[in-house]
Write a protein that binds this ligand. Sequence first.
Ligand code: PGA
Length: 253
Amino acid sequence: MADRPYIVGNWKMNGMRAMLPEARAIDRAAQRLMKVEVALAPPFTLIHAVHREVEQIGVGAQDCHAGRDGAHTGDVSAAMIADAGAKFVILGHSERRAAHREDNDMVAAKIAAANAAGLDIILCCGESLETRDEGRAEDFVLGQLRHALAHVDAAGERLTVAYEPVWAIGTGRTAAPRDIAAMHAAIRTLLVESFGAEEGAQVRILYGGSVKPENAREILALENVDGALVGGASLSAESFLGIAHAAIGDEDA
Ligand code: PGA
């Protein structure tokens, strides 16, 4: 387990400027929760505003383009999001892999772009239900990661891996604790093989997929679960902070 659990909110395509007070409330509470590292990934349109609004929490983006600049209508580069105040970028989320056909090569190119812009990376991986039912979940996830990790410049705390079984995202279903622990152990082994014992141990491995205050405590207590990537439950300060409290075993959660 990392020194401090890392709880990251992924707002996905949610959030107008009217959500800024929610970000502020999360930030104020995080200032009193020093045993937890809290971060938010709002949509591109709110990165700068959230960055200006908060003092304590990290702010990141949910994606970036692989190119530096140029004729890519509608796209946003890693340097642009860094310029807006982002410190990290989420890459390889299953919703992008599915809806935008992002394959492992494209994720690798985006990792290179994030490296060049000095952004930390939250690298997502996860299997479909079909793959799990076929007994190939571990092979599949480690395959996704092997491909991506070869392009990572800085591991240690600059890299975070998020294991998110596709079938658990936004469905209210979570993976069984035993399966989460087994997958995270396999990911840890790969990280140590890839970056050595010290750096490989520093990479945080988050679990994601229907994490909420009610199930966070059990999930976050598992070995090699260093935090959570939270979608739906990060949209209100109350539920997101409930997860942050659960991460440190707070009875008030
Ligand atoms: P969820 O999303 O918490 O709404 O399941 C998690 C994610 O996609 O990162």
